[in-house]
Design a protein around this ligand. Structure first.
Ligand code: FPP
Length: 247
């Protein structure tokens, strides 16, 4: 079934976050090394980014590399970094053609020099685009982000530029990597795993979660549309009752 035509363009989520999972299992099914799965995952990234830009989704955040992923075998980590560097530089032109701005969240200082360099260049070269913002979560984990925010808040208190009684949700928000972004209304995870794996723990407080059995390299535009459609058919209550939402 084609889901695109069923999407209500007036009820689009502003921000969609995706945990791209299942590359390793996909490769294993083909009798190949894990990196083959990551390489094929790039096509799914391309399709999803294109679909998001076509619809006019404002923010798309992809969990590309977690803090915990550093613990994978060295060869896989290196191959993934190479793939990221290569893809980012190869895709900059297409990002500009589609008016997509690139941003990144995470402990970017821990990335290899060449990766960080390519990333910063692509961010700089796409910074004036305004159709869709593609956010890559790289060397990202939510607990790292929260610890980082708490340290900065503590520093302000030490400097006496902030007092404990002034701390609000907005204060915490302002120290997160996502400070300038709307919260994701929809979080998609592929590969049948039902976890959030240290991803945007604060920001996903009221998000709708959508899980699909599809492995990431098999994920296509129509799967993305299906997730949006499912989101549009759900009722978001933010702690209220259904009756309160109608009145
Ligand atoms: C999870 O699958 C996927 C990753 C850790 C990496 C995702 C990276 C890409 C798709 C490469 C390109 C990305 C961009 C943004 C250019 P897994 O390895 O955990 O799969 P498994 O659970 O089956 O082992």
């Amino acid at each position: 079934m084609d889901f695109k035509d069923k999407i209500n363009l007036n009820k689009l989520p502003q921000h969609i976050a995706i945990i791209m999972d299942g590359n390793g299992r996909w490769a294993k099914q083909q009798g190949e090394e894990r990196i083959f799965g990551h390489e094929n995952g790039v096509k799914s990234v391309r399709e999803t980014v294109e679909a998001a830009a076509e619809l006019g989704i404002q923010y798309l955040t992809l969990y590309a590399f977690s803090t915990e992923n550093w613990n994978r075998p060295k060869e896989e980590v290196m191959a993934l970094m190479q793939l990221l560097v290569h893809t980012i530089s190869a895709e900059t032109k297409t990002l500009n053609e589609n008016k997509i701005r690139l941003q990144a969240i995470g402990d970017l200082k821990s990335l290899p020099q060449d990766c960080l360099h390519e990333l910063n260049e692509a961010i700089e070269n796409t910074k004036n685009n305004s159709r869709t913002t593609l956010v890559l979560a790289l060397s990202y984990s939510s607990r790292w982000e929260i610890v980082n925010a708490v340290k900065q808040i503590a520093q302000q208190i030490e400097n006496k530029t902030l007092s404990a009684s002034q701390i609000s949700e907005e204060t915490i928000n302002s120290f997160l990597c996502t400070a300038s972004m709307p919260e994701p209304e929809l979080m998609i995870r592929t590969s049948g795993e039902h976890r959030i794996s240290n991803f945007l723990l604060w920001q996903l407080a009221y998000s709708e979660f959508y899980f699909t059995e599809k492995l990431w390299p098999d994920f296509r535009k129509n799967d993305f549309y299906e997730a949006i459609l499912e989101y549009q058919n759900r009722e978001r209550r933010f702690g209220k009752t259904s009756e309160q939402l109608i009145s």
